[in-house]
Design a protein around this ligand. Structure first.
Ligand code: MN
Length: 499
């Protein structure tokens, strides 16, 4: 998915026939105005499609069934301009499988103090109409997002825009295919998980392949394709002398290009949007995929190393939410610390960090890899630019899935990292490294994460809410005492509410 503008949110105003045709025509016009206004907002990346005013249970049930069936529809926005007796909504909402947002707004910003009469009162009733709708949502225990405020206000548009991105990522997750080359890194615990439960809960299919399947795809790659891709590398990146034309490592660069072309063909042919590999299982590959993984991530693929399909899925979801926003999203790992003032994390991986987070033009380099026992891999080297960011992980606790996320500030290294041959980011976690790491560890958060300089905690919270999974937020308001209580309370909540 490159573009969210193909997707739709359906906007339905609720009412009832009691008000008479004239009022209902006005309700329809106002509803179309609002839908149009939301659609025009740069905050909202999808089309908002106005639907006919809902006045009967049959109409609502039909609308929900159509929303479920429609491939472009990522969710429903409901708004009660007038009073819409909510028993009418029960049958439809109980069948709705798409995300639901309840926009509690009204058509007019201001109350016409000097001219207000009973006709106006008859039409503009969302202040109580939406409470009736809210009740049925609470009574039915519906998973929904409530946004209150005037529909032209930036804060409302921003909140709806964030939820829209989460709904788009959820839409993408349904039927997402993740290719897994090799299995899990031997003996590693956190990258494991229940793939059947992930498909039931989160919608994606995790499919295993031998690395030989990838090697077969690489064997199909022609010399001409390699020439073309290597020429692109030369143009786009700052290429290190040994990798340049005539350089002694030029054959390794051609091998890296062959891996990228084979991997791309495999993913495209199989309709995959995310993948994992494992450096313990590289039979038939001369080097660990470095630049290939980095560039595929930059194209929007999710990735997790060492068989980590959950992080691959989360990277993909965050890349969908990221579409059209400033800043990038990458696979990441908390690598090593600086306990200075303030304490910082150096994040990196062996190779596989996405160039969408690069602060400046990446350099293309080749260096030995201390593990894996393969030829030196080619990789892009860069440092992430400064600014706010989030790190998130998806873990399987056995009984349920949990997303843990941390707010942080990306900073620049104190000195040039002249001898560090991998892409990296340096950040200060919030509220500080010690508290953030303590909370993260109590929560069982993984060492692999999805790192984003485009998204906020709100995107992740909305995504977890739509997915119906636990969300733990670590940021400036985190107090460890409360956080540990939240963990205990959540254990009880999910014991009662999972499944
Ligand atoms: Mn790792």
């Amino acid at each position: 998915m490159r573009n969210l503008s193909q997707l739709e949110l359906w906007f339905a105003a609720g009412s009832q026939s009691l008000y008479g045709d004239e009022t209902l025509v006005t309700v329809q016009e106002h509803s179309e105005d609002i839908a149009h206004g939301l659609s025009q907002s740069s905050q909202i990346p999808v089309n908002i499609i106005p639907k006919p005013v809902m006045t009967t249970a049959d109409g609502i049930t039909k609308l929900c069934a159509e929303a479920n069936r429609n491939d472009r529809c990522i969710g429903l926005i409901a708004w009660m301009h007038t009073f819409s007796p909510a028993k009418m909504w029960i049958a439809g909402l109980s069948t709705l499988h798409k995300p639901l947002a309840h926009l509690h707004t009204q058509y007019n910003r201001s109350l016409p103090w000097s001219t207000i009469d009973m006709d106006f009162m008859n039409l503009n009733q969302s202040a109580h109409g939406d409470r009736e709708f809210g009740f049925i949502g609470a009574r039915m225990g519906l998973n929904r997002k409530v946004i209150a405020g005037f529909w032209r206000d930036d804060a409302v548009l921003k909140e709806l825009g964030i939820w829209t991105r989460a709904a788009a990522a959820w839409h993408d997750s349904q039927g997402l295919k993740i290719a897994r080359f090799g299995d899990n890194m031997r003996n590693v615990a956190v990258t494991e998980g229940d793939k059947v439960e992930a498909q039931v809960r989160l919608g994606y299919l995790v499919a295993g392949y031998g690395i030989g399947d990838l090697a077969d795809c690489m064997a199909e790659v022609s010399g001409r394709e390699i020439d073309k891709l290597v020429a692109e590398y030369d143009e786009v990146y700052e290429t290190a002398p040994p990798l340049r034309r005539g350089g002694k490592c030029r054959p390794a660069l051609r091998e890296a290009a062959k891996i990228e072309l084979g991997l791309t063909a495999f993913l495209e042919e199989g309709g995959f949007q995310a993948f994992t590999d494992n450096f313990e299982d590289l039979h038939g590959l001369a080097q660990l995929p470095g630049i290939a993984v980095q560039r595929l991530m930059a194209k929007g693929y999710g990735f997790g190393a060492e068989g980590d399909w959950k992080t691959a899925a989360l990277v993909r979801a965050m890349k969908v939410m990221n579409i059209g926003l400033q800043g990038g999203t990458s696979f990441m790992e908390d690598y090593t610390y600086d306990f200075g003032e303030p304490a910082k994390v150096l994040g990196a991986h062996m190779l596989e960090v996405c160039p969408t987070i690069a602060g400046r033009r990446p350099s293309l380099e080749i260096h030995p890899l201390s593990i894996g026992g393969k030829a030196d891999p080619v990789r892009l080297v860069f440092t992430a630019g400064s600014g706010p960011a989030v790190n998130a992980c998806l873990v399987d606790l056995g009984g349920r899935f949990r997303i843990v996320a941390n707010e942080m500030e990306v900073v620049q290294p104190e000195k040039p990292l002249a001898k560090l041959p991998v892409a990296r980011a340096v950040w200060v976690p919030k509220p500080n490294l010690e508290a953030a790491a303590t909370a993260w560890i109590y929560a069982g958060g993984s060492h692999h994460t999805s790192f984003s300089q485009a998204l906020t905690m709100k995107h992740l919270e909305d995504f977890a809410q739509i997915a119906g999974i636990e969300f733990l937020s670590i940021g400036n308001r985190t107090h460890l005492e409360d956080f540990r209580k939240e963990l205990r309370w959540n254990d009880v909540y999910y014991l009662l509410n999972w499944r």
